[in-house]
Design a binder for this molecule. Structure first.
Ligand SMILES: CC(C)(COP(=O)(O)OP(=O)(O)OC[C@H]1O[C@@H](n2cnc3c(N)ncnc32)[C@H](O)[C@@H]1OP(=O)(O)O)[C@@H](O)C(=O)NCCC(=O)NCCS
Length: 172
């Protein structure tokens, strides 16, 4: 992975992005039946792409390695993290952190001050490392046997270090 800029997603690559989400979820240990149940949450939302709210991290060769999607909640400065997925073949190289930093920048442009995250069990350490605070738990709506951790990430004022501090020192 290089430091290629994270870029807006295109509608014509929606299926490719959805397959990244499927692979990332399967890599967390979920079987085919679970993937079918989770599909509404894994399928990238075309209207969010059209609204410019989905961003993709590419390889140097232009192959998507992950994406992030956000959505304003419509309440004050609250932004919802709709999804963040990194292809497991490229995990732990800073791609997720760069995508989250993009979500923070985008949220700031939308006058957001807090990003609300429903985290899968395997992603809890990722969000904690980014500086998000656990505020509760909720059953996953598409599979209530799975408990999601709710995190709030306070968006730092422009110019202050937030996610960037976590990214420091990475070459990916
Ligand atoms: C969670 C996810 C987006 C992280 O992407 P990533 O590119 O691997 O993350 P990064 O490389 O930026 O990781 C940054 C730090 O987060 C933490 N972290 C990330 N993944 C972790 C894991 N599986 N277990 C423990 N810590 C983890 C580590 O501290 C890591 O730093 P390190 O590699 O130097 O130790 C990715 O693993 C993923 O797509 N997971 C499956 C789908 C999912 O659960 N998405 C979130 C839905 S809520």
């Amino acid at each position: 992975m290089t430091n290629n800029p994270v870029r807006p997603a295109r509608v014509d690559e929606a299926e490719e992005l959805t397959q990244i989400a499927v692979r990332a979820t399967r890599n967390d240990g979920y079987d085919d039946n679970a993937i079918v149940r989770f599909m509404p949450a894994l399928k990238v939302n075309l209207s969010l792409i059209a609204a410019g709210l989905v961003f993709v991290a590419d390889s140097e060769a232009g192959v998507p390695h992950g994406y992030v999607a956000v959505r304003p909640a419509g309440i004050g400065g609250l932004i919802l993290l709709e999804g963040i997925f990194v292809d497991p073949a490229h995990s732990r190289r800073g791609v997720g952190t760069r995508l989250f930093a993009t979500a923070v920048e985008l949220s700031r442009k939308m006058a957001g001050n807090v990003i609300l995250i429903n985290s899968s069990p395997s992603s809890v350490d990722f969000y904690a490392r980014l500086g998000a605070n656990k505020i509760g738990a909720t059953p996953f709506v598409f599979s209530p046997d799975v408990q999601l951790s709710m995190f709030a990430f306070a968006i730092p004022p422009s110019g202050e270090h937030g996610v960037e501090a976590v990214r420091g020192g990475r070459s990916s």
